[in-house]
Design a protein around this ligand. Structure first.
Ligand SMILES: Nc1ncnc2c1ncn2[C@@H]1O[C@H](COP(=O)(O)OP(=O)(O)OP(=O)(O)O)[C@@H](O)[C@H]1O
Length: 262
């Protein structure tokens, strides 16, 4: 299914969208092909949407355009009906973005990192104190809160990164591969917390290479390659309508077996 068709299908069913992307394109200088090619998508409020694709498919570029971190060459994004430009400040105050690269100060403690980012958001006094406590509890780092982040395991850093992305109580949470390189226990906690967030109404858009995880967590997934959506839908519906047993088989059928080394 082409991306324009996906947009029409989505729009017909989604009356109250959180994210609308219309024909987004992005061509990096010096690259032979566009990273994102007329990408369209509508995500409902409270949805948990997984963007799936091989290395270089365009997931991070799409996510950063949706979160307003880089402008598209062409196309439009609306967040809760508002466009970037006129409403950038309001939109960004309601978005949480957890990047693939850890955005933490290694020499500061976990608590100091949370404090620093909370101050940047303008939190002060009692509010900041209770937010730090909530965040530490959320990522289960109370016992290690006063130790430098440099001493944390990969899973602890990912959990802290996630808690910091939530400091502004976002309407929409963007997560770029939030469980990469973490152990089973940390991954389990991250899954549990993401489910809770969705239950309380947060819209979540995330990328992952773990297809089993996406099948379990996402209300809808989009499989993309070369910056375009090839197929999208609820995982159980995609499986019902195919002869395949799991998302990985569908993914390989659509994107092929060729290695994506670049
Ligand atoms: N800043 C940049 N300058 C030039 N090319 C870029 C830049 N960022 C991404 N690209 C290229 O754009 C394409 C899409 O990259 P992107 O990082 O969006 O894909 P991805 O699906 O997130 O990949 P991965 O799974 O490896 O993180 C790739 O071909 C990549 O090499």
């Amino acid at each position: 299914m082409g991306s324009t068709a996906c947009m029409k299908v989505s729009q017909a069913y989604i009356a109250d969208p959180a994210i609308e992307a219309e024909a987004l394109s992005r061509h990096y200088k010096g690259q032979p092909e566009p990273a994102v090619d007329r990408f369209s998508l509508t995500i409902a409020k409270g949805e948990f949407y997984g963007l799936l694709g091989p290395n270089g498919a365009g997931k991070t570029t799409i996510m950063s355009m949706l979160a307003g971190l880089q402008p598209p060459d062409s196309g439009a994004v609306r967040i809760h009906g508002m466009r970037y430009g006129r409403h950038t400040r309001l939109i960004q105050s309601k978005i949480g973005f957890v990047p693939q690269e850890l955005a933490l100060y290694q020499r500061l403690t976990g608590m100091e990192n949370i404090w620093y980012f909370a101050r940047l958001l303008g939190l002060r006094g009692k509010e900041i104190k209770s937010r730090i406590e909530q965040s530490l509890e959320f990522c289960q780092l109370q016992d290690r809160a006063r130790q430098p982040v440099a001493t944390y395991s990969g899973g602890m850093k990912r959990r802290l990164n996630l808690a910091i992305g939530l400091l502004n109580d976002p309407w929409i949470l963007f997560l770029d591969e939030p469980t990469v390189g973490v152990d089973t226990q940390s991954r389990h906690l991250i899954h549990q917390q993401l489910r809770r967030l969705q239950q309380t109404g947060t819209t979540i858009l995330y990328t992952t290479h773990y297809l089993e995880e996406a099948q379990e967590l996402c209300s809808r997934v989009g499989i993309l390659d070369q910056g375009r959506i090839l197929k999208e839908g609820a995982p159980e519906l995609l499986l019902q309508r195919s002869e395949y047993q799991n998302l990985e088989e569908i993914f390989l059928e659509l994107t092929g077996n060729a290695l994506r080394d670049h």
